[in-house]
Structures are given as structure tokens and as C-alpha cells.
Design a protein around this ligand. Structure first.
Ligand code: GMT
Length: 373
């Protein structure tokens, strides 16, 4: 198949999944075309069957805002025609599904469109009455719509109420990069004493990630256990959280390492991973941590409860309950047998429900289904 993919090519989970899926499809022999504002950051070297079409948005004095959506739609139309695309896979209803639909009209070709909803397009933009109709249009005019969790499917149905079936297709893990491996002397390089436990978190430090709860949890754990907190990523809440760590007098044990391109080694040196968001459609970072052997504590928010099976493959707490999170963290970090049981189950569960092969098969079948219609 000839597949066009549009996503935000950044470090966010949606861009990662879109890119990894494109790589998987290319490895299966499909002809993959990324139509994006930049080379997706996970494509760092030459890969056969993958072509990148960069969308360059020009700024003109007549426009008050740069016309990203129209330029993208025009580029999509050009690639549809020049490469005879069969399928477009658009990540995010707004703006990308709409750009795909417009691109298809401009190209005047019957290319099939699958749109994947990732979360923010629904759980944030869905509340904006100026965008809700456009999101519904993007969903209804796509040939097939998928969402990354049942929770997001339900949210979409209640917030947007589209006249369209939405199918859940879970995110998947890149098993090659995220695997149990010795992280070498990393602990030593970061001057972390060997007998300290490492608790970590990776995100874009948006408000929804509730980094303050991670700090509160860590403070309580630190009172009982020698531990360091490793915070990876950058975003709007970062400087506030640095101040909070100081105020809580835990700053000496909290390491803010900023945005990092290679995160696998940070998971590999961790003993526990926390994702305490108030909204999270899936939580791809959980899969990454888990496949590196790290047991996770997450909140009962969105799709996190579909990724972590409470008390079987990890632990769940209510949003904001840092007392419970700390109690669970101490148990996991002191009870090796319990940790080992959850870790064992979690590694099996990932293989069964979130492997790259299992999920790529599902998307490939969806593409095929559209073409057979
Ligand atoms: O988590 C973010 O803020 C980034 C966002 C994105 O659009 O890249 O992530 C969303 O999509 C990921 C991939 O499907 C999911 O794993 C994240 O849970 C989801 N984020 C939210 O729902 C907040």
C-alpha cells in the first residue's frame, strides 16, 4: 500500500506512535510518506520505503496568521497525486483530519482516510465550542476513526457525539529501543549512590500531568527510603515545580534533567515510574517504562486504567491521592517479591496486548478494509 501520514513530528506521544507505525509499515514493505512540518524526531537515519515531505509554511504580510492548515492540505494533495496514495493516516481530528479531507478534495482522488484520536484533540479542544463542530466534521468525514483507549472513545462519544463508529486501537511499544538493559555507569555518572532507589517521570510538564503530586509523593517516600526523583522533560510547569521542590525541601534529591532525546536509559536506571495525571488518554510513557522492566503507579484517569491492571501489572491511585501513591511506592521499593510478581505479569501483559506486531496488524487490517470497500 502507499500510505501518507500526517502528525506533529515532535516528542509527544502522538508523534511517536505515528512515526513508529510508519516505520513498522515501511518494514512490512509498504511505501510510507510522512507529510509533516519537520522530519519526525524518531527517524534519525535513512530508512528504505520512507519519504519525508516537508510542509513549509510561508508568512505573508497579507496574512495575520501563518496558513499551516491550508499549506498542509495543498501538500497532502500534491503527494496524493504524485505518489498515487491509497491511504492517508491522520493523527488528531483537528487540524490533521480536516487537512486530509481538504487535501483529498483538492487532489480530486478517492484516497481513504483513517483518523486516530490521541486525547488532547478531544479532552481539551472538545470543550471549545468554536472547534467542536470542526472536530465532529473531521471524525464523520474520515473513512475509519480510531482512538487510543476505550476511555477516549467514550469521552469522544459524550463530548462530540459524532455519527460515526470509533474503534479502539491501543498504542504499542517499540521493543527494540525500550528493553531491559543494564544502563552501565549512568547512576554513577549522575552521582547517585548505589543504595539509592530511583523514581522517575517523563512528560511535557503540562498542568494535566500534576507534577506537584509527584513531588508530594516523593517527599513522603523520601522520609522512609533513600531515593532520588528523576524528572525528564520540559514544559510550562517546570519552573514552578523547581520552586515547589525547594519549598518542600527535597530539591537536593530531585533531579530535573530537561528534554532528552534518548529516554530509554533513564527508564533502565529506574526502580519505579510515576504518572499521576488528571487526564491521560493512554500514557505511552507507561509502556516504555514497563518494557524496560520498571513497575508503574498511575492514576485512575482516562486510559491509564486500561494500560495498568491494578495490583496485577502495576498500581492505580485516585487523582490527587499522594498519600496512597507514597504508600504503594514504599511497598514496591521494599517488598522485592511483590515487585517481582507485578514485573513478571506486566512483561507478559505488554507482549499480549501492546506488542508492535499485534497493533500494527490491526492498523494494516483497517487500511485493507477501507481499500476493499
Ligand atoms: O501527553 C501529552 O500531552 C502529549 C499528547 C500528544 O498529543 O502527543 O499525548 C497524547 O497522545 C499519546 C499517544 O496516543 C497518549 O499516550 C497520551 O496519553 C495523550 N496525552 C493526553 O491524553 C494528555
Amino acid at each position: 500500500m502507499k500510505i501518507g501520514i500526517t502528525c506533529y513530528p515532535t516528542m509527544g506521544g502522538s508523534g511517536i506512535i505515528a512515526t513508529e507505525l510508519g516505520i513498522q509499515m515501511a518494514e512490512r514493505g509498504h511505501d510510507v510518506h510522512f507529510i509533516t512540518s519537520n522530519t519526525p524526531f524518531r527517524i534519525q537515519f535513512q530508512r528504505p520505503n520512507i519519504t519525508i515531505h516537508q510542509v513549509e509554511v510561508n508568512q505573508y504580510a497579507v496574512f495575520q496568521y501563518p496558513p499551516y492548515d491550508i499549506t498542509l492540505a495543498t501538500k497532502i494533495a500534491e503527494v496524493i497525486n504524485d505518489y498515487d496514495l491509497d491511504v492517508l493516516h491522520m493523527h488528531y481530528a483537528v487540524p490533521h483530519a480536516i487537512c486530509g479531507i481538504l487535501g483529498r478534495q483538492i487532489a480530486r482522488r478517492d484516497v481513504k482516510i483513517v483518523t486516530t484520536l490521541h486525547g488532547t484533540d478531544i479532552t481539551v479542544l472538545g470543550y471549545d465550542s468554536t472547534l467542536r463542530d470542526a472536530i465532529r466534521f473531521g471524525i464523520e468525514e474520515s473513512d475509519i476513526v480510531t482512538s487510543v483507549s476505550d476511555a477516549l472513545t467514550e469521552d469522544t462519544m459524550s463530548l462530540i457525539a459524532p455519527n460515526k463508529e470509533i474503534r479502539t486501537v491501543y498504542n504499542f511499544i517499540n521493543e527494540k529501543d525500550f528493553t531491559i538493559q543494564d544502563c552501565g555507569k549512568l547512576k554513577e555518572m549522575y552521582s547517585i549512590p548505589a543504595d539509592y532507589k530511583i523514581i522517575s517521570h517523563v512528560s511535557n510538564f503540562r498542568k494535566v500531568k500534576r507534577i506537584q503530586d509527584i513531588l508530594y509523593t516523593f517527599k513522603k517516600v523520601r522520609e522512609q527510603i533513600k531515593a532520588k526523583l528523576l524528572l525528564i522533560g520540559d514544559g510550562p510547569e517546570l519552573s514552578k515545580m523547581r520552586k515547589l521542590a525547594k519549598k518542600l525541601k527535597i530539591n537536593e534529591d530531585v533531579m530535573f534533567v530537561g528534554k532528552q532525546e534518548q529516554v530509554a536509559c533513564f527508564y533502565q536506571m529506574s526502580d519505579l515510574f510515576l504518572l499521576l495525571s488528571e487526564k491521560e488518554s493512554f500514557g505511552l510513557v507507561l509502556l516504555e517504562a514497563m518494557n524496560c522492566g520498571v513497575v508503574c503507579i498511575g492514576t485512575r484517569a482516562g486510559g491509564i486504567g486500561e494500560v495498568i491492571r491494578h495490583d496485577e501489572t502495576g498500581l492505580l491511585v485516585d487523582v490527587g491521592d499522594s498519600d496512597q501513591a507514597a504508600e504503594y511506592a514504599v511497598r514496591l521499593l521494599t517488598d522485592d517479591a511483590y515487585y517481582g510478581r507485578l514485573q513478571h505479569n506486566m512483561l507478559i501483559d505488554i507482549k499480549e496486548r501492546f506488542s508492535s506486531q499485534f497493533i500494527t496488524d490491526q492498523y494494516e487490517a483497517l487500511y485493507q478494509e477501507m481499500l476493499n470497500e
